[in-house]
Design a protein around this ligand. Sequence first.
Ligand code: 5BU
Length: 249
Amino acid sequence: EEKRLSYEAKLDICDHSVAQKLLQIAIEKKSNLIVSADVTTTQELLELAEKVGPHIVALKTHVDILMDFDADETILPLKDLATKYNFLLMEDRKFADIGNTQELQFTYGTYRISNWADFVTAQVIAGYESLDCFRNVGVAAIIGMSSNGTLTDANYREEATKIALSHPNVFGGVSQNKIPNELLLFTPGINLADAGDGKGQQYNTPHHAFTQLETDFIIVGRGIYKADDAEQSALTYKIAGWKAYEGSL
Ligand code: 5BU
């Protein structure tokens, strides 16, 4: 039976500098957990990052949901926490426009994402060249989505995977299905308690993500930041994710 590749083996085939960093952090921390910090104030974001920081490889943000975003008040302390606890910042912007517009959205506006994100998510709907602008960061391409009724069917995913594999800025994919080993796989829609959220989100367990999808990183939002004890919950998901990973080797 074919086994999934270990993080050590992936270090040899995933050359992008961001992929290298993520894999090294995973090995060092024995963690494949990314926390999705979908909170709406800077204070909540920083408090969450402080609690879960020791347990994660990356913190996934949606900075456009913060009501009080401020480059100095939000990003500087967040960067300090990322350094202190050794995790990367993944801005889940899901860019989905022509290259020129994406370049503007990435560089300008309120959030100046190119100034601080270690990597971003982007749709590949606009084609190969639309991803050229993410030169100074890495891209996790959206290949398949977790929501009920998503249009990312097998044909779409196959075409999206071709773009992801061939574009030098792309080192990974976000999906609910297997993708080639040369890409790091990120899987959201992970929750140990719920099957869905009543708004279309569909959940699977860490065990499913590692054994069935051979994922590299699980992304957990509400399962952690809505828990009574976010730090304890992060630890629970970290341990579950690492056990599932080891069991799939
Ligand atoms: P949740 O609270 O664990 O359901 O949050 C999941 C996060 O992952 C949330 O920030 C979504 O925007 C993100 N996500 C997702 O849920 N499903 C997808 O297919 C993609 C991103 Br792509």
